[in-house]
Design a protein around this ligand. Sequence first.
Ligand SMILES: NC(=O)c1ccc[n+]([C@@H]2O[C@H](COP(=O)([O-])OP(=O)(O)OC[C@H]3O[C@@H](n4cnc5c(N)ncnc54)[C@H](O)[C@@H]3O)[C@@H](O)[C@H]2O)c1
Length: 343
Amino acid sequence: MKHALVTGASGLVGSEAVVYFDRLGWKVHGVDNNMRRSFFGADGDTTPNLQRLQRTCARYEHHDLDIRRRDDLTDLVKRLRPGIVIHCAAQPSHDLARDRVFDDFEINALATLNLLEACRHLCRDTPFVFMSTNKVYGDAPNEIPVVEQATRWEYARPEDWHGVTEDCRIDRTLHSLFGASKAAADLLVQEYGRYFDMPTVCFRAGCITGANHAAAELHGFLAYLARCFRENRPYRIFGYKGKQVRDNIHAYDLCAAFAAFAEAPQPARVYNIGGGRGNSISVLEAIERFGELFDRRIQVDYVDDARRGDHICYISDLRAFERDYPGWRLEVSLERIFSAFAS
Ligand SMILES: NC(=O)c1ccc[n+]([C@@H]2O[C@H](COP(=O)([O-])OP(=O)(O)OC[C@H]3O[C@@H](n4cnc5c(N)ncnc54)[C@H](O)[C@@H]3O)[C@@H](O)[C@H]2O)c1
């Protein structure tokens, strides 16, 4: 039986990957120490996800391990010799990074190095999937000219219609410490691909979503907004008049991309991945849509101060991945994502 190793297995993406590869017949080993609870408090507790995986995936094996513990992580890789590594464990918030500087760097960058090095010595031909982020571009995407529309900022030039490509520069831009630690990891993952000829890929995601997000104000845009509507909590908009645009990809579609890469792995690949133009929405538009679906209004407070380095309009250009992996297509529409939150 093939063994998959998923880090951050109780999180949004990790838990989706566990289910996805379990359904494909793999024995999935997940690593997670519920650090998300320490980051975001009770809202971030991932215990329900772990319990769901243990209930629904008969072969699932959980390892309550901190990925910063290099020797333990290496021992696990040695024991499993996995057929795929999906690395999703992270400190995922750019705002929180400034208060948890060392946790952020040690989890996002150093622990990625731990895992890469274990794989180099123990399973170097194994596809290595790294969940990177569009924050590796820092605020460079904000240099793309935009025009203000009634409910959103929109790219001004026709050539930007498909969104941000992998050619966007990653240096000389404001990242947040989170973006910097993820960029360090992204470069390391690429380097192990190029220098050691390992099959590595960085998926630079925009907003990832799904019902299993332990959503908190600082992380998980749509899931947190849905939580506010469900629990009648006030919601705060930070800057840009609420017209900032995000493209949203369901974690299921991301896992399908992991599987496509694993079928035909290549060294040192980098792809932007997200919901693309079809799944893009502004904060104002999302509030409006949830208002219709939940049939209620919530208190919305506007803070006239954008989060530092926050993107004004970010749409992932999916064409590079679609060209290299033509069997992959986005399946989960924005409307399906919204309906699932409201049901
Ligand atoms: N959710 C998004 O919108 C988004 C967007 C772009 C990139 N990403 C990236 O995708 C990946 C997954 O994101 P997510 O939304 O699933 O995050 P998540 O917080 O839901 O999942 C991450 C998991 O990692 C675990 N973890 C954290 N530190 C750990 C440690 N030291 N040892 C073991 N486990 C640890 C957490 O407990 C959590 O369950 C991250 O790398 C994130 O940066 C996410």
